[in-house]
Design a binder for this molecule. Structure first.
Ligand SMILES: Cc1cc2nc3c(=O)[nH]c(=O)nc-3n(C[C@H](O)[C@H](O)[C@H](O)COP(=O)(O)OP(=O)(O)OC[C@H]3O[C@@H](n4cnc5c(N)ncnc54)[C@H](O)[C@@H]3O)c2cc1C
Ligand SMILES: NC(=O)c1ccc[n+]([C@@H]2O[C@H](COP(=O)([O-])OP(=O)(O)OC[C@H]3O[C@@H](n4cnc5c(N)ncnc54)[C@H](OP(=O)(O)O)[C@@H]3O)[C@@H](O)[C@H]2O)c1
Length: 426
């Protein structure tokens, strides 16, 4: 990869050092599935690239911030990245370990070697030179020596994910609670919660699955449902609900597919509202399209709700020592709290740009137009369509850059000389 990098300035290796690196090709920020998929597609186009990753491994969300029992919740054909399918012997729903193994071999296959421990602090487009300036900070070694690097490139690909940072709401009295409090990204298994009363805040896929995991480890979870939620069985009559929805969408309008899904869900699960799980007014697919809210694909939690092993409770009013007070005035004694309250994009904290990305860290345009901005800016994996959406973006980005790259490399000598001149002004 160093071939792609032309080091312009390399100061001493003291406590604080600064470097400036010209990247021949795009800089990809993030080595999750989206960044890897884009890198692989660029590799196929013969375009060199640099991947910057804040963690010390690829797919850090999957390796470090997910619980042990996690499996892909869509069948494998909807989760594989471009150009390299999952191994044939993988099950229909690969485990987290298998998915990581696949990503590791994917990176190896396409010779993707990210620059680890490089957290992008800022990126801005320099109008004068027509180039992106991307600053990273690395803290390494026992003395925590800090290195600042500035990468200069023609194309910037944002692949930092929809789930870059945890969301933890602030509740009155939480600091006086006294028990264990964690976000679901730090939850690994219910093993350490055996015999405990646990409040799980949130009823998305994480909240549901962690509540189930807690039950399976003889803990007693109470799950907070503050608004509404669509619960669908992961499979309907042996076929994945997701696959079924995709098939039906080929022939039927979205509202009708939503209606059929809800009828089928009712046949399998019954009336979930009886158990405190109010359904949203919009259908599951429409809600996903309009608000980005993912339906829960049930893998057993609902049965535990029906049996009373998972208690469904309303919104939180406040915490106090060892207990939580709910909106309905009920007070529960609890030992621990797991916030399964979701994630957010971190793009606004580092990307100095406001035309393509909005303040919430997502592109302003929606699928299928959310992959390309102005001046060589691209986004992959921000259409709330999981891994298949990321693959769609990755293919288009690589084709788009590949075309320009092929034209430009015909006049490579002139172009490189011009860029170098631009950089040397700063
Ligand atoms: C628990 C869980 C289960 C999921 N299961 C599925 C599933 O079964 N199927 C599905 O399709 N989707 C699933 N998803 C959605 C999932 O987020 C995506 O499918 C996938 O991980 C997105 O990949 P990504 O590369 O866009 O983002 P991420 O996997 O989040 O990768 C982004 C990378 O960018 C790095 N990064 C962030 N900020 C910076 C920075 N400033 N500088 C440098 N690097 C940075 C991060 O460290 C990370 O490695 C799941 C999500 C969660 C939370
Ligand atoms: N097996 C799998 O593949 C799997 C497993 C887990 C997660 N995922 C995916 O990962 C992504 C994130 O899922 P997630 O479940 O972690 O997050 P999520 O879908 O964003 O759900 C967050 C939940 O927290 C609730 N919440 C937020 N703030 C709250 C507050 N102040 N008080 C009470 N409740 C609050 C939300 O309620 P409101 O709806 O009222 O806002 C919602 O129920 C999704 O795309 C999901 O599909 C996949």
């Amino acid at each position: 990869m160093e071939n792609n990098l032309l080091r312009l300035v390399d100061h001493d290796k003291d406590f604080f050092s600064r470097r400036c690196i010209w990247v021949n090709g795009p800089v990809i920020v993030g080595a999750g599935p989206s960044g890897l998929a884009t890198a692989a597609c660029l590799r196929e186009q013969g375009v060199p690239f640099v991947v910057l990753e804040r963690a010390e491994c690829i797919a850090s969300l999957w390796q470090k911030r997910t619980y042990d029992r996690l499996k892909l919740h869509l069948p494998k054909q909807f989760c594989q990245l471009p150009k390299l399918p999952f191994p044939e012997d993988f099950p229909e729903y690969p485990t987290k370990r298998q998915f990581i193994q696949y990503l590791e071999s994917y990176a190896k296959h396409f010779e993707i070697n990210p620059r680890f421990n490089e957290c992008v602090q800022s990126a801005r487009y320099d109008e004068t030179s027509g180039l992106w300036r991307v600053k990273t900070v690395t803290a390494s070694g026992p003395s925590h020596c800090t290195t600042e690097v500035e990468y200069i490139c023609q194309w910037l690909i944002v692949a930092t994910g929809e789930n870059a940072e945890r969301v933890v709401p602030d509740f009155e009295g939480l600091k006086d609670f006294g028990g264990e409090v964690m976000h679901v990204c730090d939850y690994k298994s219910g093993e350490t919660f055996e015999g405990k009363e646990v409040l799980v805040v949130g009823c998305g896929n994480s909240g549901m699955e962690v509540s189930l995991d807690l039950c399976n480890h003889n803990a007693t979870p109470s799950m907070v449902v503050r608004s509404s939620v669509h619960v669908l069985p992961r499979e309907i009559f042996g076929k994945s609900s997701f696959e079924l929805a995709i098939l039906m969408m080929r022939w039927l309008p979205l509202w009708l597919v939503d209606m059929l899904l809800l009828i089928l869900a009712w046949l399998i699960l019954g009336n979930i509202e009886k158990y405190g799980l109010k359904r949203p007014a919009m259908g599951p697919l429409e809600l996903k399209n309009v608000k980005g809210k993912t339906p829960v694909l049930d893998i057993g939690a609902f049965k535990k709700i029906r049996s009373g092993d998972i208690k469904v409770v309303p919104a939180i009013k406040r915490f106090s020592r060892g207990q939580v007070e709910l909106e309905n005035g009920q007070k529960l004694r609890i030992d621990s709290v797991v916030f399964a309250t979701g994630y957010r994009s971190n793009v606004p904290s580092w990307l100095q740009e406001s035309e393509f990305f909005s303040k919430n860290g997502f592109p302003k345009s929606s699928f299928p137009h959310a992959w390309k901005g102005n001046a060589g800016l691209y986004a992959v994996g921000f259409t709330r369509r999981g891994l298949s959406g990321a693959s769609f973006d990755a293919i288009r980005i690589a084709q788009d850059i590949g075309k320009v790259w092929k034209d430009e490399t015909k006049h490579k000598k002139t172009t490189t000389a011009c860029h170098r001149r631009c950089i040397s002004q700063y």
